[in-house]
Design a protein around this ligand. Structure first.
Ligand code: DGT
Ligand code: CA
Ligand code: CA
Ligand code: ZN
Length: 568
C-alpha cells in the first residue's frame, strides 16, 4: 500500500479512538469507515488530492477531506494534535492488547491514569482494575495474559501490509541497479516479518544508497554505508539494503533469503562434499564453483532449485535431493474469489462494483458470500434478504459479461455446531461457507465436536477461517486438527485459506496437514471492499508455504468445473 495512504489511515483510526474516548457518538464510526477505505485504496491518495477527488473515496465527506488536505499540505492535522494533547494516551500500543478497546481505555485513563502498556500492566498487577465498576478479577487476569501476548508479538509486521510497501521501494530503486530482489522472510512470504531485506547489484552503489536513504516515507536512517544501509520507515518497519558484487549475487540472495535453519542444513551438505558455502559463493578450496545465480548453488549441491516459500527446513531439502519437490500452485493459477462481502452485509461496495473489479484483475468468477444468520454479527442478512439478494444477482448475471457471479453466504456456526440459517434457504445457494464468529474460548474437545457437527450439515461446503486466529491479536481456537481434517475428508468439506492479511487461516502448517489428509482447499480473500480482492496472492503464498499444488486448491478450476464440484 502506498505510504501516505497508510499514514493518513493510521491518523484517522487514532482520531476515531480519541473521539470515542471523549464520548463522541457518531464521528468515530465515520472516521473508521474513511480509514478502512483509504487503507485499501489502489491509488495514491496524493493523486486524488491533486485531482481534487478526495470526496470520491467511499466514506470521505467534506470534513474528513479537509483534514486529509491539511495533512498533505502541512504534514499534520490541527484537530488531531489537539485531541492528542487533551488525551495523552498511547492508543496504538494499548489497543494492541486483545480485549482492550477505546471504551476501556477511556475508563482506565480517567480512573487510573493509564497512558500506555506499562501503566496498564502495573495497575493490573496491583489489582486495581478489578475494583473498577464493570470490571472484575477475570478481566484483570485476561488483560495480563493479553499484555504478555502483545509483547511477545511486538516488533513484527503483517506480511500483507508490508509487501506492497517493500515492492514499491524495489520499484523506486530499480532504475538505478542492474539486479534487485527482496530477500529474507519477506521473500519467503512468511506471515509476519521482522524487517525487510533487499539485495541489489549496482555499478554506482553510493548513488543508490543516497536514493534509498532519502526516499519518501523514510523516518530515520539507522546506518548508511556503501554495501549496507538500514532505514526505518514512518510505518515503523526497518528496511535493510545490501549491495553486492554481481559475481556473488546468487549466493548472497540464497544466504540472505534464509531461513537460517534452511541455510544451516544446506551448508552441512556443502561441507559433506568438502566444499564451503557462504554469502560470497560456493567454494572448492579457493576456487569459486558457483555464486552468480541462485540456481547454480542448488544445482551444484545436487538438488532442484527450491522456491523461497519452502525454505524452512521442513523436508524441502530432502525432497529437492530426490527431485521430488511439489509443483507448487502458481500466483496466476487462481481463477476466482470464493469469499467476498458487499453492502448487503458489512462490505463497502455493491455486488456490481465487486464483480467489475474481479473482472478487471482477471478473475473468471467471484462468489458473493455476505454474512447471513440470526446471530447479530457484521450486518448479517436474514432469510428474506438472502432471497432478495438472489434476485439481484440474477439480474446482474444478465447484465454483466465476462465475469460469473456465484451466490453463497457466510453463515455462522453456533455454539452447538448448528448453522443459523435454514436448510431450505441454503439449498438454493451455489454454496455455503460456515464460520465461527462467536464463543471462541471453548475447550478443545467441545470446539472440535462443534466444528465436526457443522461439517455434517449437507449444505455446508467450505469452513471459513477455520482456526479463527487474528495475527498478533487473537490466538487460534483450540482444535484437534487431525480429527477436524478427517471429518472434512469424510464429508467432502473444503477448508478455506482465508487470504485477508490479518487472518491467513488456515496457516502454512495446517495447509500441509490438510493436504496430507486428502482435504481440498479454497482461497478466499474475505474482501470487505473491492481493493481487498488483490489479497488472493497472500492466500497463494500461504498455500505454497504449505506445499500445495494446483490440484489441491478448488478455485484453480475454471467456472464450469468448479460449479460442478460445488453442486456435488
Ligand atoms: P525476520 O526478519 O525476523 O522476519 O526473518 P529473516 O529470515 O528475514 O531474518 P533476518 O532479517 O535476521 O536475516 C535475513 C536472512 O539472513 C536470514 O533469513 C538468513 C540469513 N541469516 C541471518 N543471520 C544468519 C545466521 O546467523 N546464520 C545463517 N546461516 N544465516 C543467517
Ligand atoms: Ca528480515
Ligand atoms: Ca534483516
Ligand atoms: Zn468470517
Amino acid at each position: 500500500m502506498n505510504v501516505k495512504n497508510r499514514e493518513i489511515a493510521k491518523i484517522l483510526y487514532e482520531m476515531a479512538d480519541l473521539l470515542e474516548i471523549k464520548g463522541e457518538d457518531f464521528k468515530p464510526r465515520a472516521y473508521r469507515r474513511a480509514a478502512i477505505n483509504i487503507e485499501s485504496l489502489a491509488v495514491d491518495i496524493e493523486e486524488l488530492y491533486k485531482r481534487n477527488e478526495l470526496e470520491k473515496i467511499p466514506g470521505v465527506g467534506k470534513s474528513i477531506a479537509e483534514k486529509i488536505k491539511e495533512y498533505i499540505e502541512t504534514g499534520t492535522i490541527k484537530k488531531w494534535e489537539e485531541l492528542k494533547k487533551e488525551i495523552p494516551v498511547d492508543i496504538e500500543s494499548l489497543s494492541s492488547v486483545e480485549g482492550v478497546g477505546p471504551k476501556m481505555i477511556k475508563v482506565l485513563y480517567e480512573k487510573l491514569g493509564v497512558k500506555n502498556i506499562d501503566d496498564l500492566e502495573r495497575v493490573a498487577r496491583q489489582g486495581r482494575i478489578r475494583r473498577l465498576k464493570g470490571f472484575g478479577v477475570k478481566t484483570e487476569k485476561k488483560i495480563l495474559e493479553a499484555i504478555e501476548f502483545a509483547r511477545k508479538k511486538y516488533g513484527r509486521f503483517i506480511l500483507g501490509y508490508v509487501l506492497p510497501e517493500a515492492m514499491q521501494i524495489v520499484d523506486v530503486l530499480k532504475p538505478h541497479v542492474s539486479k534487485i530482489s527482496l530477500a529474507g522472510s519477506i521473500r519467503r512470504r512468511k506471515e509476519t516479518v521482522g524487517d525487510v531485506d533487499i539485495l541489489a547489484v549496482s555499478p554506482k552503489p553510493k548513488e543508490v544508497m543516497d536514493i534509498f536513504t532519502s526516499m519518501n516515507g523514510v523516518e530515520t536512517v539507522l546506518a548508511k554505508g556503501i554495501t549496507k544501509s538500514s532505514i526505518r520507515m514512518s510505518s515503523g518497519i526497518q528496511i535493510d539494503l545490501r549491495i553486492v558484487e554481481e559475481s556473488s549475487f546468487g549466493s548472497a540472495l540464497q544466504y540472505f533469503t534464509g531461513s537460517k535453519e534452511h541455510n544451516i542444513a544446506l551448508r552441512k551438505i556443502a561441507i559433506k562434499r568438502g566444499w564451503k558455502l557462504n554469502e560470497y559463493g560456493l567454494f572448492e578450496g579457493e576456487k569459486k564453483i558457483a555464486g552468480r545465480e541462485e540456481e547454480e548453488i542448488y544445482e551444484k549441491l545436487g538438488m532442484q532449485w527450491i522456491p523461497p516459500e519452502l525454505r524452512e527446513n521442513r523436508g524441502e531439502i530432502e525432497a529437492a535431493m530426490m527431485h521430488a519437490l511439489p509443483e507448487l500452485v502458481d500466483y496466476n493459477d487462481i481463477k476466482g474469489d470464493l469469499h467476498t462481502h458487499t453492502k448487503w452485509s458489512d462490505g463497502a461496495n455493491t455486488i456490481e462494483e465487486m464483480a467489475m473489479e474481479a473482472k478487471r484483475i482477471g478473475h473468471e468468477y467471484i462468489a458473493i458470500t455476505d454474512h447471513a444468520g440470526r446471530l447479530r454479527v457484521a450486518g448479517s442478512m436474514d432469510e428474506a434478504a438472502i432471497k432478495e439478494q438472489a434476485r439481484e444477482i440474477e439480474r446482474l448475471r444478465e447484465r454483466i459479461d465476462g465475469i460469473e457471479i456465484l451466490h453463497g453466504v457466510e453463515a455462522n456456526i453456533m455454539k452447538d455446531g448448528s448453522i443459523d440459517i435454514s436448510n431450505e434457504v441454503m439449498k438454493e445457494l451455489d454454496f455455503v461457507i460456515a464460520s465461527i464468529h462467536s464463543a471462541f474460548r471453548m475447550e478443545e474437545k467441545e470446539m472440535t465436536s462443534r466444528l465436526i457437527k457443522a461439517m455434517g450439515n449437507e449444505h455446508v461446503k467450505i469452513i471459513g477461517h477455520p482456526t479463527g486466529r487474528i495475527l498478533m491479536k487473537r490466538d487460534a481456537i483450540k482444535l484437534d486438527m487431525d480429527a477436524v481434517l478427517d471429518a472434512a475428508k469424510d464429508n467432502g468439506i473444503v477448508m478455506e485459506i482465508n487470504a485477508y492479511p490479518e487472518r491467513l487461516d488456515l496457516n502454512d502448517i495446517n495447509v500441509k496437514l490438510a493436504i496430507e489428509h486428502g482435504v481440498k482447499l479454497s482461497i478466499g480473500t474475505d474482501s470487505h471492499n473491492r481493493e481487498h480482492l488483490r489479497y488472493y496472492e497472500l492466500g497463494v503464498a500461504v498455500a505454497r508455504r504449505g506445499w500445495a499444488e494446483r490440484k489441491h486448491i478448488i478455485n484453480t478450476m475454471h467456472a464450469k468445473e468448479l460449479k460442478k464440484f460445488l453442486s456435488r
